[in-house]
Design a protein around this ligand. Structure first.
Ligand code: HEC
Length: 190
């Protein structure tokens, strides 16, 4: 049993926490991420150079580029800043997933059929949400389809080498969504 004093102390501490949250003006609804590899917490760091879109996503878990690309497809192939399509080729995603996202040595991202069991459905069901797909691209994957994808998010504390910013990952996701030809629901447009 907790003593009366420790209950009081805990109450005080949680009240102080609440007050400092309000005082710092931070929204309490920041999105929290988990690794696709082992469901442990994925510590994505906001950075000073985050774009407004990246900041919005880190707060709300909603990728603003997905609906923007659906509304104005000219953004997909934009040259500067690079739209999702250019980023997909530039970063070598196409080497494994194919130039048309059809799947080569990694699952199709269009999901309209192919050789493998995962060319028609998501390897990880959570990738039907932009938050889930962000977690997979950010922190890498567990190898359920037979191959593993390494982590890409350069803002993760333990990230080694080159990588992508949150904004770039969000633009890549919006591009992948725009190419979806599977028969599942396009939940990301809701
Ligand atoms: C070296 C090969 C390779 C490269 C390069 C690569 N991937 Fe992958 N990717 C994979 C493999 C293999 C999987 C399946 C992983 C698994 O089963 O755990 C995968 C899975 C994925 C998935 C989840 C698919 C699903 O059906 O759930 C997404 C989304 C994805 N990759 C996006 C990207 C993006 C975006 C890039 C470029 C930034 C990229 N990949 C680069 C190999 C690669």
């Amino acid at each position: 049993m907790l003593g009366f004093k420790s209950v009081k102390a805990a109450l005080l501490i949680s009240m102080l926490g609440f007050i400092s949250l309000v005082a710092s003006g931070q929204a309490s609804a920041a999105c929290s991420f988990v690794s696709t590899v082992d469901s442990s917490a994925l510590a994505v760091k906001g950075t000073a150079t985050d774009t407004p879109e990246a900041k919005e996503f880190l707060e709300t878990c909603i990728n603003p580029y997905t609906k923007a690309y659906a509304k104005d497809p000219s953004l997909i192939a934009q040259k500067s800043p690079k739209g999702g399509k250019a980023l997909f080729g530039y970063n070598g995603c196409s080497g494994c997933h194919g130039g048309k996202l059809e799947g080569v040595m990694a699952p199709s991202l269009r999901k309209d059929g192919g050789q493998g069991a995962f060319d028609t459905k998501w390897v990880y069901a959570k990738n039907a949400t932009d938050k889930g797909m962000y977690e997979t691209i950010s922190g890498g994957s567990a190898g359920v389809s037979g191959g593993v994808m390494s982590p890409w998010n350069i803002t993760l504390a333990n990230h080694v080498g080159d990588g992508l910013t949150t904004d770039e990952i969000l633009r890549l996701i919006a591009y992948i969504r725009s190419e979806y030809r599977g028969d599942g629901e396009k939940t990301w447009l809701k």
